[in-house]
Design a protein around this ligand. Structure first.
Ligand code: TMP
Length: 239
């Protein structure tokens, strides 16, 4: 598989064309940003961890019947994925109050919900990824009603698989963000990444944060938290 020209550079990843028009290569960086790029830094080794963690979790999703863009891990930081056009919605599932939910609704962090919530943000950096509902998404023609139904169904299914797996690792899945893409034939598949950058993961016993909130909130021990969460995954994800 030949790596051709770069077609996109995001905050944490680069995407390259390949000699197959239906396949892209994703290359994970150590760059970290928060608050829509306002805070910038480096988390040493993050790209390797996020690549390998995402791929292992994507394989679990496929096994559970959730289609993904994943094809093959090529190297520590590089993965071959199916070409998709990203649906410009950030899909957020929450099991426990935290982050912007706690702030927006004036509640403490750590309230366990009776059932998970779902919300959408319009993926648009210039606007700061504003919160929107399905009617707004339809009005803006970001996705069709059928696509939104599919995305919701997959997002809750991802939550079931992830929650159960992280629980085996002694980790509580607080919330996470997903992105979906359309293949050339229009099929909706799970894309982007599932990593400590995009999930809140708390140690089940101590509630210690093992995710990017350590960077966002200057809590220290960022690299150690990423290494710890990866070790927990590896211990429970034997090939
Ligand atoms: P929030 O509480 O800040 O809205 O974040 C909810 C979840 O989404 C949390 O697990 C972190 C993740 N997230 C991203 O992956 N990218 C983002 O740009 C933001 C704001 C949150």
């Amino acid at each position: 598989m030949e790596k051709l020209e770069q077609i996109y550079e995001g905050k944490a990843k680069k995407v390259f064309k390949t000699d197959d028009p239906e396949l892209f290569i994703v290359d994970y960086k150590d760059d970290a940003t928060a608050f829509n790029g306002l805070k910038k830094g480096t988390i040493v080794g993050k790209g390797v961890i996020n690549n390998q963690m995402t791929n292992r979790l994507m394989v679990r999703m496929e096994k559970a019947g959730i289609p993904t863009h994943f094809v093959k891990e090529l190297s520590e930081r590089e993965t071959l994925v199916k070409k998709v056009s990203i649906v410009p919605l950030e899909v957020i599932i929450r099991n426990i109050s935290a982050g912007s939910f706690a702030k927006r609704y004036g509640v403490e962090e750590g309230i366990v919900f009776d059932q998970p919530t779902i919300e959408f943000s319009y993926k648009n950096d210039d606007l700061g990824d504003p919160l929107i509902n399905r009617y707004h998404a339809l009005a803006l023609k970001l996705a069709t009603a059928q696509e939104i139904d599919t995305i919701e169904k997959y997002a809750f299914a991802v939550n079931d698989v992830l929650k159960a797996f992280w629980s085996e690792c002694g980790v509580t899945l607080v919330d996470f963000k997903l992105e979906f893409g359309r293949l050339s034939d229009g099929t909706i598949v799970l894309a982007d990444e599932i990593s400590p950058d995009t999930c809140r993961l708390w140690d089940s016993k101590t509630h210690e944060k093992l995710d990017k909130d350590r960077f966002r909130r200057d809590l220290g021990g960022v690299e150690d938290a990423y290494a710890e969460i990866m070790n927990r995954l590896l211990a429970h994800d034997a090939d």
